[in-house]
Structure formats: structure tokens, C-alpha cells
Write a protein that binds this ligand. Structure first.
Ligand code: ADP
Ligand code: MG
Length: 262
């Protein structure tokens, strides 16, 4: 990858939890690069360290060692106002959309609160910016904004969550098992939405999943994570067609049927 295509680079990133015999090397010397406008999937079984890596990239956790460089600037230890600036560039969507919304608040108030991080232009437009973000994810603002979370389906709420992230105009969206709780048909809608947003917003996506099938469907590149390390990486086609690592082959065996055109 040429330097001008690089959005994020990680070198020797390590996170150790606990001490002595309770020590867990959740992330163990990871090097990786994410390109501008590209969808990269991070795939591995539960416990392989994917969410810890995601939280390190989001600056929600301090690494034990290593560094994170975003758009040429070292963000490994940013705090305070500089960390809030970083959160404009890097947004996240997690597995459980119900946990992301306040149970008793209307969707409008949760989305409006996110505008505080948004660029000035979006903030000035207030309600219009919220509506535009909902329309971008295929939700009707009139019908969605007055609702409380339990009045929407999981798929609708996850799309609202993505809208909330988009209002901030991130350059990188980290989606950690964001489609895992959704029904198969809704899942395809959300995967296609992520693919569209990458095109229309020139946003990079790090798609974190335990499911190599979804990774293959969506991603340009696949990183395979096992016991805190990246054991294989390459173009999605190549990793699936010619897996080099035994662990990748075992993940492939868990995919009942790959459906590239589905
Ligand atoms: P994944 O997202 O791939 O399922 P995680 O990053 O959640 O994996 O977890 C990787 C390992 O780190 C697991 O062994 C998990 O138990 C451990 N771990 C994650 N977070 C913590 C924590 N806050 N304290 C101690 N151990 C943790
Ligand atoms: Mg996880």
C-alpha cells in the first residue's frame, strides 16, 4: 500500500490483561494497515482478541505496547480534547443496538446528543442533519425519531446506530459484530448499507466478525486473528480461495455455504 492510501497503521500493538498466571495477551504484537475507502474484515473466533483490538483502535483502552498512527499522526496516547477530535474521525457500531440507545429516550434525543461531536456544519443544521443521516440508512425520519428503542426492530435500531455514527462524518467506521444479532435478511440489508456508505462517503470500514462468510461477502481485504495475533491477511478472494493458515481453513469449514452474489 502506498503511503497516501494509508488511513490507519498499527505497529506492535499489544494488550495484556491481568498478571502472573492470570495474564491474558488479548492482543499480541499486531501490525496492520487500513487503506482509505476500503473495507477490511477482522475475522476470528470468540476470544481471539478482535474486540480488544477494536477498542485499542478506538482509544477506549490504553495499549500495553505498540503504536497507532491515524492519517499520519500518532494517536496512541491521545486524551482529552485531542481524543474527542479523534472520535470525530473514528466511530463505532457495536453488536447490541438496544444497549447503545437510552431505553426511555426517544431516538431523536439520542441522535441529537451525538451531534455534539459533529463538525460545525452538521451541528448548525441540527434536526436536518439528523434527518439526513436517517435517510442515508434508509429509515423514515418522521416515523423513526419519535420512537423509543423497544418500538423499533433490531435491524431498524442498528441502522439508526449507524446513522448516529455517520452524523459525525467519520473517516473510519469500526463495526464490531454489528450484524451478529440481526436476522439473515436484515443482515444483508445492513451489509449492503455499509458497502454503499463506503462508496458514497469514501469512508473506511473495519468490519469485525466471527463469520468468515460475511467477511467475504463484504470486505476487500480480510485479516484473520487467532490468540491475539494476525495469522493471515490478504485480498478477500485470496484468503478464502487459498487459505494459508490451518486456522483460516478451520474457520472456512464453519461457513456452510459462501454466497458471493447473495
Ligand atoms: P473477541 O472479541 O475476539 O471475542 P476479546 O477481545 O473480547 O475477543 O477477548 C480476547 C481475550 O481477552 C479473551 O480471553 C477475553 O477473556 C480477554 N479479555 C477481554 N477484555 C478483558 C478485560 N477487560 N479484562 C480481562 N480480560 C479481558
Ligand atoms: Mg468481540
Amino acid at each position: 500500500m502506498s503511503d497516501d492510501r494509508e488511513l490507519l497503521r498499527v505497529e506492535g500493538l499489544t494488550k495484556v490483561f491481568g498478571r502472573g498466571k492470570d495474564e491474558v495477551r488479548a492482543v499480541d504484537g499486531v501490525d496492520l494497515r487500513l487503506a482509505r475507502g476500503e473495507i477490511t474484515a477482522l475475522v476470528g473466533q470468540s476470544g481471539s482478541g478482535k474486540s480488544t483490538l477494536g477498542r485499542l483502535l478506538l482509544r477506549l483502552l490504553d495499549p500495553t505496547a505498540g503504536r497507532v498512527v491515524f492519517d499520519g499522526g500518532d494517536v496512541t496516547a491521545v486524551r482529552g480534547a485531542r481524543r474527542r477530535d479523534y472520535w470525530r474521525d473514528v466511530q463505532a457500531v457495536f453488536q447490541d443496538p438496544f444497549a447503545a440507545f437510552h431505553q426511555y429516550r426517544r431516538v431523536e434525543s439520542t441522535l441529537a446528543a451525538a451531534l455534539r461531536l459533529a463538525p460545525d456544519a452538521e451541528r448548525e443544521h441540527g434536526r436536518a442533519a439528523v434527518e439526513a443521516a436517517l435517510e442515508a440508512v434508509g429509515l423514515d425520519p418522521e416515523r423513526t425519531l419519535p420512537k423509543r428503542p423497544h418500538e423499533l426492530s433490531g435491524g431498524q435500531l442498528q441502522r439508526a446506530m449507524i446513522a448516529r455514527a455517520l452524523m459525525v462524518r467519520p473517516r473510519l467506521l469500526i463495526a464490531d459484530e454489528a450484524t451478529s444479532m440481526l436476522d439473515a435478511s436484515v443482515r444483508v440489508t445492513v451489509l449492503n448499507l455499509l458497502a454503499d456508505l463506503r462508496e458514497s462517503r469514501e469512508m473506511s470500514v473495519l468490519f469485525v466478525t466471527h463469520d468468515l462468510g460475511q467477511a467475504y461477502y463484504l470486505a476487500d481485504r480480510i485479516l484473520v486473528m487467532h490468540r491475539g495475533r494476525i495469522v493471515e491477511s490478504g485480498p478477500a478472494e485470496q484468503v478464502v480461495a487459498e487459505p494459508e493458515h490451518a486456522y483460516t481453513r478451520s474457520l472456512l469449514a464453519d461457513v456452510p455455504k459462501l454466497h458471493p452474489q447473495a
